[in-house]
Design a binder for this molecule. Structure first.
Ligand SMILES: Cc1cc2nc3c(=O)[nH]c(=O)nc-3n(C[C@H](O)[C@H](O)[C@H](O)COP(=O)(O)OP(=O)(O)OC[C@H]3O[C@@H](n4cnc5c(N)ncnc54)[C@H](O)[C@@H]3O)c2cc1C
Length: 442
């Protein structure tokens, strides 16, 4: 199928769909993006929340990017985002505290040394681990580097770490928080192979790859809005409130049906989350194999709890990790983005907190914060944003479909199609770039 006079429909306006559209337009290929909801961004978006007749703009989740997200950073730079305005770049560091407020573990790689010596020095000087624990952690990092972060057989990460003599404490204060942050999957079932891919990209190149990039602006201002502007400037179309209800193959390509319209395209990119793919693929018997693959997927939630304290409230650090508590990560958005007194708490993956109502959860979190940060006043208001199926469970040997399908002219984009990575913005954006390349070369 040639791309002369091609008009590509991209179904889904999340990071993957928008990155596909931008990359196709860069190649001079005409695009229309169909997005079911009234806004772009998918799982990385800002939502307006009403409280006491006041509207607050809150991200659907406190996202963190990594210095290793090279495609994302390149795309954002291309569309005119100034990284220094959009993100606070923090060199990798971990500060883990117990619920009683005591420091359990802190790691700060040496800034003056190149990788991996910076990490080695960081482990040697870290707080909270015995000498033997530091040595086994260093040994594991050295072995992984020697083996280029490749393992022969994928296993659950916890099993792998136990086999590598990592102590319970090491797993609890170092590996488990990293696993939850990177894979949003409990360590007992998380894929070692995919976790090591993230470590490889963070630690194999320059030391900036392991930096955390914390958004200083609303997510939509960093991703969806500038990408939408870029797509329009390049002549692309975006149709909001346009859920595709039916996808049919015809002699010259595809027809797509929304509530009000039917339109025709030479190519289609399905860039919806795997949980939404079944309705689009059901009428296409050739693609039953894809349905069989995504049917095996499990999903993990992410809860983000925003608590507004009086504006003068300041936490000792912008980002703090907690262990043995419901709270996993705490961010002081006053210091991060100037939203004075606003604290966001991230609770990743399945856990006992799902049995609580949203009010109970917020009150429980407020209690935990009160224990960790003494003298914290009562929150003025709170809001829980529960993304119940935030990401696919990143388990060992998960079947990940390719971008090209068995149906000529029909492609898939989305975080789940970028097989090297867990569900991330980077995986979504890389999948979009790859899809556009495949279409342009078809
Ligand atoms: C709370 C939360 C926190 C996260 N934290 C991080 C983080 O810190 N770092 C990180 O890298 N990643 C994080 N992620 C993951 C990241 O947001 C996702 O991996 C990424 O945004 C997925 O993009 P996508 O385009 O593949 O899918 P989506 O964002 O799901 O986009 C799919 C789009 O398709 C639309 N759609 C669905 N069906 C149809 C239809 N029939 N017709 C038209 N449109 C349709 C949907 O409305 C949606 O806009 C987080 C996710 C969540 C939910």
């Amino acid at each position: 199928m040639s791309t002369n006079n091609a008009h590509v429909a991209v179904i889904g306006g999340g990071c993957a769909g928008l990155s596909t559209a931008a990359a196709l337009l860069d190649r001079g290929i005409q695009v229309t993006v169909f997005e079911a909801s009234s806004q772009l961004g998918g799982r990385a978006r800002t939502v307006a929340v009403e409280n006491n007749n006041l509207l607050h703009l809150l991200d659907n989740g406190q996202h963190i990017l990594l210095g290793a997200y090279r495609e994302t950073l390149a795309l954002l730079s291309k569309i005119g985002i100034d990284e220094n305005l959009a993100f606070l770049r923090v060199p990798l560091q971990m500060s883990m505290h117990s619920i009683s407020g005591l420091s359990e573990f802190s790691l700060k790689p040496a800034q003056y040394l190149p990788v991996p010596l910076n990490l080695l020095a960081g482990f040697l000087c870290c707080n909270g681990l015995s000498l033997s624990e530091r040595i086994v952690a260093i040994k594991l990092m050295a072995t992984l580097k020697k083996d280029q972060y490749i393992i022969a057989i994928d296993t659950p990460l916890e099993r792998f770490l136990i086999d590598q003599q990592q102590s319970t404490k090491l797993i609890e204060v170092l590996w488990e928080p990293l696993c939850l942050a990177a894979l949003n999957t409990p360590i007992s079932i998380a894929s070692t192979r995919i976790f090591l891919n993230v470590l490889r990209d963070s630690f194999s190149n320059d030391k900036k790859s392991s930096d955390f990039l914390l958004p200083r602006l609303d997510l939509s201002k960093i991703i969806a809005q500038p990408l939408s502007h870029y797509i329009h400037t390049k002549g692309g179309n975006i149709a909001l409130n346009s859920r595709i209800r039916k996808l049919e193959v015809d002699a010259n390509g595809f027809s797509l049906t929304t509530r009000n319209n039917k339109s025709f395209f030479s190519h289609v990119v399905i860039a919806v989350a795997p949980k939404n793919i079944d309705k689009l693929l059901q009428p296409l018997p050739k693609l039953q194999y894809l349905l069989d693959q995504v049917e095996t997927y499990g999903y993990q939630p992410i809860y983000t709890i925003y608590l507004q304290y009086p504006p003068e409230t300041i936490l000792p650090r912008i980002m703090t990790g907690l262990t043995r508590s419901i709270t996993q990560w705490v961010f002081d958005r006053g210091q991060l983005c100037g939203e004075l007194g606003l604290i966001s708490v991230v609770v990743s993956a399945n856990g006992s907190h799902q049995q609580l109502t949203q009010d109970e959860l917020a009150l429980e979190i407020a209690k935990e914060l009160d224990q960790v940060f003494p003298d914290l006043p009562q929150p003025l208001w709170y809001k829980v944003i529960a993304e119940k199926r935030a990401t696919f469970s990143c388990v060992p040997n998960l079947a990940r479909p390719t971008n090209k399908t068995m149906q000529s002219g029909l492609y898939l984009a989305g975080d789940y199609t970028y097989a090297d990575y867990p569900a991330t913005i980077e995986g979504a954006i890389r999948s979009g770039a790859k899809c556009a390349e495949l279409i342009a070369n078809s």
